[in-house]
Write a protein of this length. Structure first.
Length: 236
């Protein structure tokens, strides 16, 4: 638990499964929690549409969470899409590129997210940033690695001349363990919220409902989520 006077956090909240689990994680640990999302021209911008519904559901789920959950912020980063030639910002096939990275990798995305989140946190007098990046069960994005996040923490602290702490609760666990964490924090009701409301599909498909949630079922994000859910169900 945070020390007295050190009890606020800003969660990078996309509307996806991982960031929603991180939001609940933060609500268990901080007295005041705000959220920030980014509109960067993503093909799957339906994730932005589910964010308010998730926040409302979380407030109604527990009274202590309702008290702790503060303001939401939405930051437009159109320039990111303008300079990116990726499967998340253009009509490009999802595949492995010649450089060995998936075409869903948006160069500089997480770095930009943390820079703007840090600036917002500075204005809001918030010390702690919480993000759902993960090095164990991810799509190979270099800006999700622990070393990258630690470097960003140092850069933000130096650049803001104020201590910034970045928390990554999911960094070393897989999707199955993320579902397990969700149940531990909020029980079956919270797991149901993840399945019914969160959005992770890269193609923005909410026309198909699977046991693990909505999505096309074939993109890398859907496959990771489906495999993680199946593994969790066999272990729980």
């Amino acid at each position: 638990m945070p020390e007295l006077g050190d009890n606020n956090a800003l969660v990078l909240f996309s509307g996806g499964q991982d960031s929603t689990v991180c939001l609940a994680w933060a609500l268990e640990r901080f007295a005041s929690v705000e959220t920030v999302g980014f509109d960067y021209g993503q093909r799957h911008r339906t994730e932005l549409d589910v964010r308010p519904r998730i926040r409302d559901a979380i407030k109604s789920m527990r009274s202590d969470w309702a008290v702790r959950l503060g303001d939401d912020h939405l930051v437009k980063l159109d320039a990111l899409a303008a300079i990116s030639e990726t499967a998340l910002t253009r009509d490009v096939a999802i595949e492995i590129a010649k450089n060995g990275l998936p075409t869903t990798f948006v160069p500089g995305r997480n770095l930009a997210f943390f820079a703007f989140a840090g600036a917002l946190a500075y204005r809001r007098s918030i010390k702690h940033l919480v993000a759902g990046v993960c090095e164990t069960d991810f799509s190979g994005y270099p800006d999700c690695r622990d070393d990258t996040i630690k470097a960003m923490q140092v850069a933000l602290t130096l650049g803001m001349d104020r201590r910034v702490v970045i928390h990554t609760p999911l960094m070393w666990i897989d999707k199955a363990a993320t579902f397990a964490m969700a149940r531990e924090i909020g029980g079956d009701l919270f797991v149901d919220l993840l399945v019914e409301e969160t959005h992770t599909c890269y193609l923005g498909d909410r026309s198909r409902r699977h046991v693990w949630g909505y999505g096309c079922g074939t993109c890398p994000a859907c496959r990771l989520r489906a495999d993680g859910f199946a593994k969790w169900k066999t272990e729980c």
